[in-house]
Design a protein around this ligand. Sequence first.
Ligand SMILES: CC(C)(COP(=O)(O)OP(=O)(O)OC[C@H]1O[C@@H](n2cnc3c(N)ncnc32)[C@H](O)[C@@H]1OP(=O)(O)O)[C@@H](O)C(=O)NCCC(=O)NCCS
Length: 149
Amino acid sequence: MENKVLKSLADEFSDIHLKSFNQQNLRFSSRFIFSLLINPQISYIYKKNKGFCIFSINKEDAEIITMAVVPKYQNHGIGFLILNELDEVLLKSNCKKVFLEVASNNLIALHLYKKVGFRNFGIRKNYYRILKDKKVDAILMKKVVNLQK
Ligand SMILES: CC(C)(COP(=O)(O)OP(=O)(O)OC[C@H]1O[C@@H](n2cnc3c(N)ncnc32)[C@H](O)[C@@H]1OP(=O)(O)O)[C@@H](O)C(=O)NCCC(=O)NCCS
């Protein structure tokens, strides 16, 4: 894809990120998202102007780098839809496992990831700084990619 197209996509993703993350330091800039999108190991799923997920594939392992849904569309199943579509992409790419990290206070994301089959396998203590003097743990989750739902 042309850089011009990727730049405009990065702007749209960054705008969604900005709207959906209430913690400023967890937001991804357009410049950073562009640097991800030009990497050949990176792919994305996009529901136009509503939500997206950026992920990487490295042989049999995949990782969700980020996902976000615009607040006014949250809790309408778009996150669930995106993760189901991700499953199909990963199956076609012969991926066996998918990993992610999520803040321990992000109850909605934790609920959604568990619902689609992710399980906790570790924790990084005080990993995310959410305020000047407040940090939260990162929960490490993984899921085996398969057809069974
Ligand atoms: C996490 C996120 C992507 C989910 O997208 P979404 O489109 O709202 O997800 P869905 O509507 O498919 O599912 C949301 C689920 O959370 C549940 N939920 C809502 N509020 C909740 C709460 N306070 N505690 C636990 N679960 C909650 C909903 O009931 C729904 O589950 P259900 O379908 O079993 O009823 C979205 O909330 C978001 O963009 N959050 C901010 C960015 C973020 O945290 N990204 C993830 C970083 S790892």
